[in-house]
Design a protein around this ligand. Sequence first.
Ligand SMILES: [Zn+2]
Length: 288
Amino acid sequence: MVLPTTTWMEVGAGCFARRYASFDVTVGVVLGDAGAVVIDTRSSMDEGDELLDDLRRLGVGAERIRAVVNTHGHFDHCFGNARFPPCPLWGHALLPRYLRREAPTMRAFLADRGPEWAAEMDRLEMRVPDHLVAHQATIDLGDRLVELVCTGRGHTDHDLVVVVPTAEVAYVGDLLEESGPPSYGPDCFPLDWPDTLDALRAILTGSDDPDRQPAGPTRLVPGHGNAVGMDFLDRQHAEIRTVADIISRLLESSPGLEDAWQSDEPWPYPPEMLAEALRRAFEQQAGG
Ligand SMILES: [Zn+2]
């Protein structure tokens, strides 16, 4: 097993990523003349404080933080929000609604982990994004632009990608995962996910042509694991497409979830990790 790094990795000019053992989450920071953009804030206020300390070690004091972005609303990416300075907090337009609905469940889940987590969740302040992105937005760091892009539904209905064109780096949240299979959770959109990655690839390569390789060494920072290249995107994209194709076929041929689940299919990931994907697809077909 590869242990998470405990240092900042420069994945592109002025673009850093850091892995944390807690939930093996990967956060990011983009540096520019006008300050820094921080991408994701970890699972609690204490973890947010630890991230702020680690940013200081990178020369980024709180006063240098120009904006914070949440890639999506799962607790490991946004429960540290309240510890960050009162700068713009960006998220997908659907994120505030998601947090209002789901934060209590996520808090209860974490509180169940033991007394320390229960205390953490007792004192948790939820800060919800105040700068919302429905399609695309730009943060100007003076010498460089940071683009925030919604490419569609996949891991959730509110995944937000952060692209730094001058560094050829993209922070993709949990639309890709390097340290394990992509996470098909209770709020995923398994049938939309492949098209969302098509749209992401088109943005990164500037082309709809699936055979076109980007000009530069594009690095993608996943929400969990190490930075990867476009070859990894293409590989995981193909697997996510295979999952969607099998599910689409099962939706047509199976009268219900029970029958579909018993079928022996060439899933690219362990089937037990795909139970929610299948359930979600049947739910969505039924209009849920
Ligand atoms: Zn997630």
